[in-house]
Design a binder for this molecule. Structure first.
Ligand code: GLP
Length: 235
């Protein structure tokens, strides 16, 4: 695992965006795995300046809440539209359908669609305070594929800032599984935000355990972790 510490959020965003552009440049078909949360917002803002680079690119998002309408301001579909998809013409954008009648079938369909696309070339990840990646909470099996999860109290609290109150935060989500994420050819884990210094310490120096999902990344052959020193140190 390669670790890069950058001074601040702006540098993290520029670094991530440049890696993404490098990945899609010179290919007529690339597959990107995208993340939500506050961390990639600056990266997406940067990418909005280069709409013409993404015409042949297919994207798969990591996760979606269950029970929110697609058009709800807090759905990840709306988030991605506002941050990126409304501004950059991709070939195809995919997000799990958190309102599917048969959620299990939706998980299978999403997995198959990733496989049929040829697999993810570059997956962007954020880091949850409790070590979650996507919405794979602590104690999720490292062998998991796209599945339905019960969101932990810590995660609901962390994400409550976007909702009217914690009672409005959904209790379930669909997420790519840990195994699904690990099949990506390259992974870029972006770490920014107050309160993440313990998670960073555990990621870099802790042992590999299902209790801390991001620890699996040590077993991937091509992972770069980018840490925003200023925000992680809480300055
Ligand atoms: C959510 C998302 C994760 C994201 C995490 C961290 O729970 N499902 O994919 O990495 O939040 O979010 P933030 O970047 O806002 O700290």
């Amino acid at each position: 695992m390669k670790t890069i510490i950058v001074e601040n959020y702006q540098k993290l965003s520029a670094y991530a965006a440049e890696q993404i552009i490098k990945e899609v440049d010179g290919t007529d078909h690339a597959v990107l795995g995208l993340a939500t949360g506050s961390t990639p917002v600056g990266t997406y803002e940067y990418l909005r300046n280069f709409p013409e680079r993404f015409k042949g690119v297919t994207t798969f998002n990591l996760d979606e809440y269950i029970g929110l309408d697609k058009k709800d301001t807090n759905s990840y579909w709306t988030f991605m539209k506002e941050q990126l998809f409304n501004h950059v013409p991709f070939q195809e954008n995919n997000i799990p359908d958190g309102n599917a009648d048969d959620l299990k079938a939706e998980c299978h369909r999403y997995e198959a669609q990733i496989r049929n696309s040829g697999g993810i070339d570059l997956q962007i990840l954020g880091l949850g305070n409790n070590g979650h990646i996507g919405f794979n909470e602590p104690d999720t099996s490292f062998d998991s594929r796209t599945h339905v999860v019960d969101l932990s109290e810590t995660t609901r609290q962390a994400n409550a800032r976007f909702f009217q109150s914690i009672d409005h935060v959904p209790t379930k989500a669909i997420t790519m599984g840990i195994h699904t994420i690990m099949e990506s050819k390259r992974i870029l884990l972006l770490v920014s935000g107050k309160g993440k210094s313990d998670a960073v310490e555990r990621l870099l120096n802790g042992r590999m355990t299902e209790d801390f999902p991001a620890s699996i990344l040590h077993h991937h052959p091509d992972v770069t972790v980018v840490i925003d020193q200023e925000r992680v140190a809480g300055k």
